[in-house]
Design a protein. Structure first.
Length: 422
């Protein structure tokens, strides 16, 4: 049976955010492409740095993708074409963001219907609905399958996004096999996802952190640690956490690691130049530079709670990147935490975001990173101590073998006073 339902938000819940940058600026401004490319070129040639990479090759690389850039008809196509050129450097944290993506990052908000989905054989499985966004208000729930978007088979979530105030029709199959059409009006909604705390069992607490970006709330994490009290076991879930602020992850490390213990070394242009001048050695020996440099990364201690002394397991997956990888490797190297899951993203360059004109934003790298044991994580990632696969369907109530494996490790651990398991 097919029903028709219309859900409209009457007003924006996030009027305090900055005004949305006009979308499709490439269409509206014929000069936009060249203005953006000029800004990208200036930054890449003057400011971008990764040891061993020659960013002076950028003009030649750009020419190779010029046809696709010229053919781009809107912001998303233009972003894709420019990023195809930037990817040829073979490093992470080099990317152009469209005005829509840039606004989402800057303000923690975007325009759409507010769902997270996972591709399945016959459509898109809804794995999360954003509170108060159009999809949730319209009645779409986790576990529904979107089979069509505006009458076309749902093979990607891209067509669901669009301009604020426009409608999209989603054909949805529910768990009872009934089907409904939902006409949803795209509205602006918050993309913020707060940290979560739960008891796995009476001896094990789990803290989930989705980002270390500006939305990370360290006060919440400190309260979670207080809630956990003197529990023996703690799971730190960093799966799908793409990273964020250096200060934020240093504060998190401070809940587990004394600042007396260095965690790793950021290697920037100045450090490489100083190392070469002082030693006459090769400037691409990152492990050697890290050993030589006195500038080490250290945790920021908490003034509110003492360092945690129980057993720690860190969960990661292929989307865990940047700050998450540094935390996982740092806790393993310094306190003997066990890392469980699948290999992380290998995206561990320090980067900066700058405006690239017309609402676009450019991310470019400033420095590399080496762990305290001399391992470069960029391109390699963190290899778990214990491999475990994420659920194929990432719905809230799906069995989670990664958490199950962590609990088993705790159960088999020697229950001493230190962090280390086994």
């Amino acid at each position: 049976m097919r029903f028709l339902r219309r859900a409209v938000l009457g007003f924006s819940l996030f009027t305090g955010f900055a005004s949305i940058v006009s979308a499709q600026s490439v269409e509206l401004n014929p000069l936009a492409k060249q203005e953006v490319l000029d800004q990208v070129t200036e930054v890449m040639l003057k400011s971008a740095f990764v040891p061993g990479l020659d960013f002076k090759k950028w003009p030649d690389i750009l020419k190779q993708e010029q046809a696709a850039i010229d053919d781009a008809k809107n912001d998303d196509e233009f972003q894709k074409a420019v990023n195809a050129a930037l990817k040829k450097f073979g490093a992470t944290h080099i990317a152009l963001s469209s005005p829509r993506v840039a606004e989402m990052r800057q303000n923690g908000a975007t325009t759409g219907v507010g769902i997270s989905s996972q591709k399945v054989d016959d459509g898109l499985l809804v794995t999360r609905t954003v509170p108060d966004a159009p999809a949730e208000r319209g009645g779409i729930v986790v576990g529904d399958v979107i089979t069509a978007v505006d009458g076309k088979p749902a093979t990607s979530a891209v067509p669901i996004a669009g301009k604020e105030g426009t409608d999209v029709t989603l054909t949805v199959r529910h768990a009872d096999k009934s089907t409904e059409d939902y006409i949803l009006t795209r509205r602006r909604f918050s993309t913020l996802r707060p940290e979560e705390f739960e008891w796995v069992d009476k001896n094990t607490a789990k803290i989930t952190i989705y980002t270390f970006d500006f939305t990370y709330k360290h006060e919440r994490i400190e309260q979670f640690m207080k809630d956990a009290g003197s529990c023996r076991n703690l799971i730190l879930d960093l799966r799908d956490n793409g990273g964020g602020s250096i200060a934020n992850f240093r504060k998190l490390l401070g809940l587990f690691v004394s600042p007396a213990k260095p965690v790793g070394t950021f290697i920037d242009r100045r450090m490489v130049d100083d190392y070469v001048a002082a030693t006459k050695a090769n400037g691409t020996d990152l492990a050697g530079i890290a050993r030589w440099s006195p500038r080490k990364l250290r945790a920021i201690p908490s003034e509110a709670i003492p360092v945690y002394k129980g057993h720690v397991i860190v969960l990661i997956n292929g989307v865990s990147g940047s700050a998450s990888e540094i935390v996982a490797a740092g806790l393993r190297d310094t306190i003997g935490a066990t890392v469980v899951g699948s290999k992380s993203a290998g995206a561990v360059l320090v980067s900066q975001y700058v405006p690239a004109s017309n609402g676009f934003m450019l991310q470019y790298p400033l420095s590399d990173y080496v762990t305290i044991k001399g391992v470069r994580l960029e391109g390699a990632g963190v290899i778990p101590d214990v491999l475990a696969s994420d659920p194929k369907l990432r719905t809230p109530n799906a069995p989670d073998d990664v958490v199950k494996k962590a609990v088993e490790l705790f159960a088999n651990a020697k229950q001493g006073d230190g962090h280390e398991i086994g």
